[in-house]
Ligand binder design. Structure first.
Ligand SMILES: [Zn+2]
Length: 43
């Protein structure tokens, strides 16, 4: 299991999930937003 530290609650949670097991906020939001912006540039 890949662990990711939640930026919102500070707990380590399953990084393979989209949302934190503890607080339910989106994980890796900065990464996802960057990916979205790259997608827009390509179009
Ligand atoms: Zn959290």
């Amino acid at each position: 299991m890949r662990e990711t530290k939640c930026e919102h609650s500070g707990f380590c949670t399953n990084g393979e999930l989209e949302k934190c097991n503890y607080c339910g906020n989106t994980l890796n939001q900065a990464f996802l937003e960057e990916r979205e912006s790259l997608k827009n540039i390509r179009v």
